[in-house]
Design a protein around this ligand. Structure first.
Ligand SMILES: [Zn+2]
Length: 340
């Protein structure tokens, strides 16, 4: 099969990869209907994370089940499925407590590499959710978004306790930040402040339900959030970048007693204990437990209540993955969908 392989920073190629096989009786093999490039794929692409030899890429996926192992009960060949970027057994104590992304059996799907024609999904019963019937073609980008960026934005909003009566600020205007705006509104937040300096992203944030846009960053951005919230700061802040600056932005934009959902993969962030102590904020984040939200998100998508697939502003054939990475790296695209 064909699949995306990163050889070095900036060097992404589509090559022949070995066809996936059932390795454990709990595995399934899917044929991908769509896959995509993630903001987190840009860390190795930009050389921030090391690339250790030829590395298959990709962790987001939707597709049709082709084959299942002997112990798989919940999905069967022919079904269209969505899964999280982390596999989970669905049965361990951590899964049952609502944190499947920290399942004791978890496999990060980067290890599988889903930017490919087919993929092996470990723990298929716990990981995959079948859609009600074969979805219309125009819903595929929406369902693909649920695999990571929507589920992650949703977790950010839940962790920040977005809801009725609360003002939510979102730090970061990538796909996750934009979908955190959508999620916060869906969860009932009355006011959602999107922090963005890019016109096309501001526009999408407004379409997703943002009520205010803040273009300032750093101290000025914090000041602006305070001005919009009676000097107090937001009740809820979603951090969707993962840098020192964005974490500071989030903590300092939250009112005492408020909640922060931090879902940007942290890179070299250090927090001063004393500042954290006096900020009196709740911090909750990490790899999003997307699997626990999938049934609800699939339902919202299939009933056309939300259209998260709008974050894909570039669609390319899998063979042109290199251009898909380049476009995101140069911020010409918010997110690239790849058609195998
Ligand atoms: Zn588990």
């Amino acid at each position: 099969m064909r699949g995306v392989v990163m050889h070095a920073p900036g060097d992404v190629r589509v090559e022949q990869r070995e066809d996936p096989k059932i390795l454990a009786p709990t595995d399934a093999i899917i044929r991908l209907a769509a896959t995509c490039v993630c903001g987190s794929d840009l860390w190795p692409y930009r050389g921030v994370d090391a690339v250790e030899g030829a590395t298959p890429m990709g962790h987001e996926y939707v597709g049709v089940v082709e084959e299942v192992g002997a112990d798989v009960r919940n999905v069967r060949p022919g079904q269209f499925v969505v899964g999280s970027f982390v596999s989970s057994d669905g049965t361990c104590e951590i899964c049952r407590s609502g944190y499947p992304s920290s399942c004791v059996e978890r496999v990060f799907m980067n290890a599988v590499g889903t930017q490919a024609e087919r993929a092996r999904i470990p723990h298929a019963d716990g990981t995959l959710v079948a859609t009600p019937g074969m979805p219309d073609a125009d819903l595929i980008p929406d369902l693909l978004a649920a695999s990571d960026v929507l589920g992650t934005g949703w977790f950010g909003a839940v962790a920040a306790q977005a809801g009725p009566g609360r003002t939510v600020a979102v730090v970061g205007d990538g796909a996750v930040g934009l979908l955190a705006v959508l999620s916060a509104r869906q969860l009932g937040a009355e006011r959602v402040i999107a922090m963005s300096r890019h016109e096309s992203r501001q526009k999408l944030a407004l379409e997703f339900g943002a009520t205010d846009i803040v273009t300032e960053r750093g101290d000025e951005g914090i000041q602006k959030i305070k001005e919009l919230t009676g000097g107090l700061g937001a009740h809820s802040v979603v951090e969707a970048v993962g840098t020192q600056q964005s974490m500071h932005q989030a903590i300092r934009s939250t009112r005492p007693g408020g909640h922060i959902g931090f879902v940007g993969v942290n890179h070299d962030v250090t927090l001063a204990g004393e500042e954290l102590f006096f900020s009196q904020v709740h911090l909750h984040g990490g790899p999003a437990p997307v699997r626990q939200y999938l049934p609800e998100l699939i339902d919202l998508i299939c009933n056309r209540k939300i259209n998260p697939g709008r974050v894909f502003d570039l669609t390319l054939p899998l063979d042109e993955a290199a251009e898909g990475y380049r476009a995101m790296d140069e911020r010409r695209a918010i997110k690239t969908l790849l058609r195998p």
